[in-house]
Write a protein that binds this ligand. Structure first.
Ligand code: URA
Ligand code: SF4
Length: 209
């Protein structure tokens, strides 16, 4: 696969990037997905959050984190005192990867591979260059490894602050879990995971100022 480079306009702002991303064919995922789901939020946001890829709802609506994972994220953001309208929210991969379930006839999320993450990364780095945030928060391993390399371990390194330098303005970086990992749990485990997720976001808010 050629990767997204060919479609990314150099030095572009967020609006121009979003427009250009509609036509991306940098990997195979555009073929079966409904549309590109680009990042959303103010271009001068201090806090920049990166998920994995759009889910089923996001694929149909064209916006990041508007399905079940988004609802969990909204709750954690509110509890952490973060105004969602003031952060830039995007994904490591901009098209929905799925398989059809023969049993239910529904589309089932498939984790993007390293090939797709690397192919799509030029969009993410262009968004980062355009927004120039104070802090990047990776939600889960796909986002963390896209930015920090495949050896990054969210389980061991969550909540720690790192430097992120992708050749532009250096900024701070912090990884936490993906909200979907909290949704999958129940009872006390879920309460505990949500509290830890919220604590990481609170740390991020303090760091971003
Ligand atoms: N999960 C993600 O990682 N991103 C979304 O936009 C929705 C669900
Ligand atoms: Fe382009 Fe990313 Fe979509 Fe692949 S997933 S086609 S690289 S926008």
């Amino acid at each position: 696969a050629p990767g997204a480079e060919h479609w990314v306009p150099e030095g572009a702002g967020i609006a121009e990037l979003r427009r250009a991303a509609r036509d991306c064919e940098g990997c195979d995922l555009y073929q079966d997905a409904t549309q590109t789901v680009f990042g959303e939020g103010p271009a001068d946001a201090r806090l920049f959050m990166v998920g994995e890829q759009p889910g089923d709802v996001e694929d149909r609506e064209g916006e990041p984190f508007v399905g079940p994972a988004g609802r969990l994220l909204d709750q954690a953001l509110a509890d952490a005192g973060i105004d969602r309208d003031r952060i830039y929210l995007t994904n490591a991969v901009k098209h929905f990867k799925f398989t059809w379930s023969e049993r239910s006839g529904r589309r089932l999320h498939k984790k993007p591979g390293r090939t797709e993450t690397v192919a799509c990364r030029p969009w993410l780095t262009a968004e980062l260059a355009a927004v120039a945030p104070a802090l990047v928060v990776a939600l889960g391993a796909t986002a963390a490894q896209s930015l920090m390399g495949p050896d990054f371990r969210v389980s061991a390194q969550r909540g720690e602050c790192f430097d992120l330098d992708l050749g532009g303005e250096p900024c701070a970086f912090l990884a936490t879990v993906h909200p979907s990992s909290v949704i999958r749990l129940q009872g006390a485990d879920r309460d505990e995971a949500l509290a830890a997720f919220t604590a990481d976001l609170r740390k991020a808010a303090a760091k971003a100022g």
